[in-house]
Write a protein that binds this ligand. Structure first.
Ligand code: GTP
Length: 320
């Protein structure tokens, strides 16, 4: 199977569905217990119910603007149907969330025109602690399992621990890692990585970057420099700029998304740690607000706990 096929591949393995269901358990529990309270004692969807629903969505980290959009659509349905029972609310919400995800993930990764990029270059960005290194390791494992040759570039040279962590993942997964000493130029690591990947005819390059957010201009310059250097070897690299966000940080994730999308052309999102949070609504809000497809979700700490995001499976799992 080629690279292109991998990204188009549908992940329907029962284990994957099970991991997704388990990973979304907390979100589901939190959401539906709040929803049950929101409609308690009510038989029809009225203004009170809608107010309560708004609160449920906001506190599930769907985000204010996306929440208002959902409420408005339900209001329209109520106005049209005149009488809407609260038992119908679940189904209605499910439909609206599905629609919303479809609108924002219309550029679903499975439909992306990747062409036949070889190597396919992924530059991974995000602040420290969000699960960036883990996501890179899991992704390398996933791609390797599909028979692709992967190489990692340790371009987060700011912290010695970051280089060590990437090397450790490289060993665990069994993929090559290009690294230089701590403090060396990240762009130089990226250059070396791409150059050797081309020479070795490797399929995928994943470049880690430092996630310092203290200063947007600094971040922009650093990421810009890495990109420019990559383009000396492969003119349209990186093909993917993957922003990793910690799903359990709610509003912080929105803020980080804002900062990084202003600093560079993020075109894919990975949302991690969904298993540890009741705030999985962040997946719905972020993709709506930023119009960037969620491509991967992290649903656990193990190597296999990174999934290709499928909006339909996500909603099915949430409303199961
Ligand atoms: N439960 C859970 N934990 C995760 C997930 N992804 C990452 N983690 C954990 O989050 C912690 C931070 O992950 P790292 O990969 O070290 O984070 P990082 O962003 O690279 O941070 P630095 O290495 O400090 O830059 C680790 O303990 C991971 O095991 C996930 O999807 N679910």
């Amino acid at each position: 199977m080629g690279l292109f096929d991998f990204f188009k591949k549908k992940e329907t393995a029962p284990e994957a569905q099970e991991a997704l269901d388990k990973g979304l358990e907390k979100t589901k529990e939190g959401f539906f217990s709040k929803l049950t309270k929101a409609v308690a004692g009510k038989s029809t969807v009225d203004d009170d119910v809608l107010d309560n629903l708004e609160e449920v969505l906001v506190t599930s980290d769907v985000g204010v603007s996306t929440t208002l959009k959902i409420i408005e659509r339900i209001q329209e349905r109520v106005a049209k149907d005149k009488y809407l029972s609260t038992t119908e609310l679940n189904g209605l919400l499910r439909d609206e969330i599905q629609l919303l995800l479809a609108e924002n993930n219309s550029n679903d990764f499975r439909n992306f025109e990747y062409g036949d990029h070889k190597p396919y270059v992924i530059m991974v960005v995000g602040v420290n602690g969000v699960g960036k290194t883990t996501t890179i390791g899991k992704l390398a494992h996933k791609l390797k399992k599909e028979g692709l040759n992967v190489v990692l570039g340790a371009a987060d040279t700011f912290r010695a621990a970051a280089v060590d962590q990437i090397k450790l993942w490289g060993e665990r997964v069994g993929v090559r890692v290009v690294a230089q000493a701590m403090g060396s130029d990240p762009a130089s690591v990226a250059f070396d990585t791409l150059q050797s990947a081309v020479a070795n005819k490797e399929d995928v390059v994943i470049i880690d970057t430092a996630g310092r957010l203290h200063n947007k201009v600094g971040l922009m310059n650093e990421l810009g420099k890495i990109k420019n250097v990559m383009q000396k070897i492969i003119p349209n690299a990186p093909h993917e700029i993957l922003l990793v966000l910690d799903g359990s940080t709610g509003q912080n994730a929105f803020e980080q998304c804002k900062q990084f999308t202003e600093a560079t052309d993020v075109n894919a999102l990975a949302i991690t740690k969904l298993d540890g949070t009741a705030k999985g609504g962040v997946v719905i809000g972020i993709s709506d607000q930023f119009k960037i497809p969620v491509k991967y979700i992290g649903v656990g700490e193990k190597m296999d706990d990174l999934q290709l995001f499928d909006k339909k499976e996500f909603v099915n799992s949430l409303f199961k």
